[in-house]
Design a protein around this ligand. Structure first.
Ligand code: FMN
Length: 146
């Protein structure tokens, strides 16, 4: 079975909730999915062996959290070129981190990204649950070639 990894940073839990919902959607779509927090990675070794990677962080002070920046430098060494990818994050009004993660995955890592990044103001409101699950399904579709 194809396998996906969702990695997130979060300060107050919103981005963590989105991560779990995306993983659920990936499973609904027919693949295995694991969720991990950025701080669980000391080196790039833990990133090996997945077919899809979805990374997410909230925006604070117009920027992504430092722990996600550190993680992205580590992921740069994991040779993710050609793998399916997506990005996401909770935000309040500007959400810069979400597109920056997407851009790094696409332009630096050379990943095969799903159409867009997933931006959610609050995972509990405005259809956020189904949007996050649908995002996971679209990652699974890309991986399974549907
Ligand atoms: C001190 C502070 C600064 C923030 N700065 C931004 C910002 O620059 N842009 C934005 O879109 N949201 C900003 N937010 C809102 C957070 O991104 C939002 O609350 C998000 O849901 C937090 O996600 P988390 O629970 O995963 O940490 C800020 C929130 C706080 C408390």
């Amino acid at each position: 079975m194809k396998k996906g990894l969702v990695v997130y940073a979060s300060r107050t839990g919103n981005t963590g909730k989105i991560a779990e919902l995306i993983a659920e959607g990936m499973r609904f779509g027919g693949m295995e999915a694991q969720v991990a927090e950025v701080k669980e990675f000391q080196n790039e070794g833990g990133l090996a062996g997945f077919d899809a990677y979805v990374f997410g962080a909230p925006t604070y002070h117009g920027d992504m959290m430092a722990s996600m920046k550190t993680f992205l430098f580590l992921a740069e060494k994991a040779q993710l070129s050609g793998k399916a990818g997506g990005s996401f994050g909770a935000y309040g009004w500007s959400g810069e981190a979400i597109e920056r993660i997407y851009g790094t995955m696409k332009n630096v890592f050379g990943m095969d990204m799903v159409g867009d990044a997933l931006r959610l103001k609050d995972p509990a409101l405005g259809g956020g649950t189904s949007m996050a699950q649908d995002y996971g399904r679209s990652v699974a579709k890309k991986v399974l070639g549907e």
